[in-house]
Design a protein around this ligand. Structure first.
Ligand SMILES: Cc1ncc(COP(=O)(O)O)c(C=O)c1O
Length: 402
């Protein structure tokens, strides 16, 4: 089941309209897709779960406002994102702050603003938060980010279950709770796990949720700690490449209901708030990156389209953001949507590095200088995860459409 049919002509016509008034290269984000994806995720989760938007996936202010207007919380990872979250209208009780390298200044701001949940990712950080809170004469709301003892069965990006900079190893939790006992200016709020990203298999996602349930029950039993908040993390993926299947959110939903009743989870944690975090699932498919073809050339039998934008704006499409092998994103020639794809080309951006290849040996309509290349699925980790200053080209405009 594909929620958004990439091939819908009217979507591409809308983007082509934008191109008449905006200089290339640019990003377009379609708000209706974001709302559809939010609805789908909302339906897939029990109403008790609060959804937090991971601002790192797309920190565009209008996108963030759409998310806050939908009633979501914000997952922030820096004081910059915290500032953005406030401007976008997220309330402090709906902002959680995670990241392995929070600075003293950032922690001070988070404590002053009474954030609902600061994820503690090391015992040193716990002690620092306590001393800052003491100086400010405040009580900091903290939770422990746990690096689970076992990894996810599979995920696009593994962020737990092995040696990692994220969180406190499950095996070291006794040290955390021992340290916590002596601290007067921190209030323990609960648990956070984020074990991986870009998960397309609902059974893997369910395995991750079950693991969080197991850890929550273990913390309750072994340390007698009260969990006001359990943040299950997420990892909800979207299909980027040929042959990737859409995450079956309905099967996930049914499986989650079974797990919740298997562990009588709501009964075990009455009054607890349950969070999930999502970035790419909410915004990834809403975004398109549009770049103009400047030149077409042949090098030793291989045809290249050279574009005015590349990995400086869209590192992920070049495969240099954690992919092992470059796979081509879903790409269209915006002004030749109806034409047959009968030419094999590679698309190279303007940077002085052989890494700047947006697509390799892809079949597209016959394209010429002036035509517009449109890279789909560019709403998450495009603009926000690219080396924008590399070669000092203009930063791309971003347009939000309905
Ligand atoms: C702690 C945390 N939460 C949420 C996310 C968002 O992940 P995604 O965009 O895959 O949903 C990330 C991504 O790295 C993360 O590190």
């Amino acid at each position: 089941m594909i929620l958004k049919d990439w091939l819908k002509m009217e979507d591409f016509r809308k983007i082509l309209d934008v191109a008449t008034g905006v200089r290339t290269p640019f990003f377009v984000y379609d708000a209706s897709t974001m709302r559809d994806k939010h609805r789908l995720l909302r339906e897939g989760l029990n109403p008790q779960f609060e959804i937090f938007y991971a601002l790192k996936s797309n920190p565009n202010i209008r996108v963030a406002q759409i998310m806050s207007q939908l009633g979501l919380g914000a997952d922030v990872a820096s004081s910059g994102e915290l500032e953005l979250a406030e401007i976008a209208g997220f309330l402090s009780e709906k902002i959680s702050f995670a990241g392995p390298g929070k600075t003293e200044d950032e922690l001070k701001i988070a404590i002053e603003k009474n954030l609902s949940f600061i994820s503690i990712e090391s015992i040193q950080e716990l002690l620092l938060v306590h001393s800052i809170a003491q100086q400010l004469n405040k009580i900091a709301c903290v939770g422990v980010r746990v690096n689970p003892a076992r990894p996810l069965k599979s995920s696009g990006m593994i962020m737990g279950g092995e040696s990692t900079q994220f969180g406190i190893d499950e095996e070291q939790l006794a040290d955390f709770f021992r340290a916590l006992k002596h601290l007067s200016h921190v209030q323990f709020k609960g648990l956070h796990v984020f074990a991986g990203s870009q998960i397309l298999n609902h059974t893997v996602l369910l395995d991750s949720f079950e693991n969080v349930m197991r850890i929550a029950l273990m913390i309750k039993d072994s340390y007698g700690a009260k969990l006001d908040i359990i943040n299950f993390g997420g990892g909800f993926g979207i299909p980027y490449f040929k042959n990737e299947k859409v995450l079956d959110i309905h099967a996930f939903s049914a499986g989650l209901k079974d797990l919740l009743s298997k562990y009588n989870f709501f009964g075990m944690f009455p009054g607890t708030r349950f969070f999930v975090e999502a970035g790419r699932y909410l915004v990834g498919e809403s975004g398109y990156y549009v770049t103009k073809i400047l030149y077409k050339k042949v090098s030793r039998g291989k045809t290249f389209l050279i574009t005015d934008g590349g990995m400086n704006h869209h590192l992920a499409a070049t495969g240099n953001l954690g992919q092992i092998l470059q796979k081509n994103y879903h790409i269209k020639i915006l002004n030749k949507i109806d034409e047959p794809c009968d030419e094999k080309v590679s698309i190279a951006g303007p940077l002085c590095t052989p890494l700047d290849i947006l697509a390799n040996n892809i079949m597209l309509p016959h394209a010429s200088p002036g035509d517009l290349v449109c890279i789909c699925n560019s709403g998450a980790y495009g603009y926000s995860a690219s080396p924008l200053k590399f070669l000092s080209h203009h930063e791309p405009p971003e347009v939000v459409i309905e």
